[in-house]
Write a protein that binds this ligand. Sequence first.
Ligand SMILES: Cc1cc2nc3c(=O)[nH]c(=O)nc-3n(C[C@H](O)[C@H](O)[C@H](O)COP(=O)(O)O)c2cc1C
Length: 166
Amino acid sequence: MEQELILETDTLITSKTDLRGRIIYCNKDFMRYAGLMEHELINQPHNIIRHPDMPKAIFKLLWNYVKNGKEIFAFVKNKSKNNRFYWVFANITPSFDIENNIISYYSIRRKPNPKAVEAISKIYAQMQEAEQIEGANAGIRILEDLSKKFNKTYNEIIFDLQKDFQ
Ligand SMILES: Cc1cc2nc3c(=O)[nH]c(=O)nc-3n(C[C@H](O)[C@H](O)[C@H](O)COP(=O)(O)O)c2cc1C
């Protein structure tokens, strides 16, 4: 049975990656929740903490946004050591040099609204089911349908889900 770790209200989990998504910096909270030490994380691809319940489409969208110079918000279930997991509300942003070239990516994660996690886990389960049959685009279509239904962008939906909590 997997055990859930719940973030403290003042927890801020941060990491920085190179252009390929390899971890080049992470803070103490990152190590604490991942259950890994700095030398086990630095230079490793960020999917080292990927949880199998996460739909492919979320990461596809994440990379599309940041590679195009845009920030993205997401609820992410991450894997920790010893069969544990933790949910985060994440903001991922590109960092630019003075000529406006993207030079790295940065992420800051905090405690998610528990109500949002409840809602989003159901959506992620639906997305994974669709992805198993038709691939990541089927997951993206579910998100696009939600955007149409609520007449909001993906980021607006995610941000609104978190909002009431803070
Ligand atoms: C700044 C940054 C932070 C990321 N944070 C996470 C994270 O917390 N958890 C995660 O599973 N993937 C994270 N990713 C996405 C991973 O790079 C990767 O796309 C994802 O784990 C899926 O791995 P896969 O495509 O190999 O299946 C992050 C990417 C960037 C650029």
